[in-house]
Ligand binder design. Structure first.
Ligand code: SF4
Ligand code: SF4
Length: 342
């Protein structure tokens, strides 16, 4: 890990140069939310590097909602080779979600070539959060609002520029190539530390209100509530829309669908949702999770029981997106707190 400093005009120059190699996406703000947009040819424009995570999870770039994985009896020439992607302004909660996504899609012997290729060729320039959203609770599960790993380069926004941290050999290579754009980080390191400390303390204070159980007691608390009425109670307002799955950076299930084209067929891989009735249904119509409460419990089981057992981490990064997206007003923080209290 090496630290440097880059001022805002030089970051623009860097991004402009990188746009010759990469298709660059960075968040822009609209209606007080952040959405990824293609950028880079003219620098960063009105992109927001600090603040909080975007509405879309980072998985959208590596595991898109719809991917053509095969075609039969036709040759669609539209799949020309595209530039690799570079994401600027990804936040810590999204980077942590790669622990789950990489486990599912990049582990031998079942490596998904579409996902792996994007991970290998892509570039991630992440950034520290500079504030928190109402539904954010990363610190409650020991994830900091600034990245610790999983980035090529990380930017910590200060008033006049950014402290730059390298996190991979790809990131180091870029710094080396554009070295004249950077300066010593020495005068800025203390300020970065105090900004990070203040945000962490403020966020800890914010999540206290939610009464989320301590991280290490979440899995045992979930096991203790497996057969309780909690799941039926929570499921009362669920309308089975699947938004919580779609918006989650760590949800990764998919369904295959064949679609007729003018000439031949194409096979699509589309995001799926474990909240939907049809998700676990098998040939013949049998369904091990017929009840909505069972499906809702299954979602928490996977995130707070299966993944801790499997990879030693939650399948949740505390990003709060599912709470924001849920039309049934189901708040994941409340469900976690009820694991201990109800
Ligand atoms: S479960 Fe909700 S809070 Fe956790 S990572 Fe997914 S969307 Fe974010
Ligand atoms: S977003 Fe809310 S209403 Fe929709 S499936 Fe998820 S829990 Fe149910």
């Amino acid at each position: 890990m090496d630290l440097y400093f880059i001022n805002k005009p030089n970051l623009d120059r860097l991004v402009k140069s990188l746009s010759k190699t990469y298709k660059i996406f960075a968040p822009v703000k609209s209606d007080n939310k952040r959405f990824y947009r293609k950028t880079g040819e003219d620098g960063l424009g009105d992109s927001v590097i600090g603040e909080i995570r975007a509405v879309e999870p980072i998985k959208s770039f590596y595991f898109p909602a719809r991917t053509k994985i095969a075609e039969y009896f036709s040759k669609d020439n539209s799949s020309e080779k595209e530039k690799p992607i570079a994401i600027i302004g990804a936040k810590s909660c999204d980077l942590v979600s790669f622990k789950v996504m990489d486990y599912v899609y990049a582990r031998e012997p079942f490596r998904d070539p579409f996902y792996v290729s994007k991970r290998e060729t892509g570039l991630i320039i992440s950034s520290d959060c500079t504030c928190y959203g109402d539904t954010c609770f990363c610190v409650a599960i020991d994830i900091m609002p600034y990245p610790a790993e999983g980035f090529d380069i990380n930017l910590s926004e200060l008033d006049s520029g950014y402290v730059v941290e390298t996190g991979s050999s790809k990131g180091e290579k870029i710094i080396k190539e554009y070295f004249k754009l950077f300066q010593s980080a020495e005068p800025y390191i203390e300020k970065r530390g105090s900004y990070r400390k203040k945000l962490k303390e403020d966020l800890l204070e914010h999540v206290k209100k939610s009464k989320i159980p301590p991280k290490d007691s979440i899995q045992p608390a979930f096991k203790g509530k497996f057969d309780s009425g909690l799941w039926e109670e929570v499921a009362k307002t669920c309308v089975e829309c699947g938004a919580c799955n779609m918006i989650c950076p760590a949800c990764h299930c998919f369904i295959l669908m064949d679609q007729k084209k003018e000439k031949g067929f194409e096979r699509l891989r589309m995001w799926d949702s474990c909240l939907l009735m049809s998700f676990a249904r098998v040939a013949g119509g049998a369904n091990p999770r017929k009840l909505l409460a069972q499906r809702l419990r299954n979602r928490f089981d996977k995130k707070f029981n299966f993944f801790p057992d499997t990879i030693g981490k939650f399948g949740c990064t505390g990003c709060g997106r599912c709470t924001e997206a849920c039309p049934g007003k189901i708040d994941i923080r409340e469900v976690l707190s009820k694991l201990q209290t109800s």
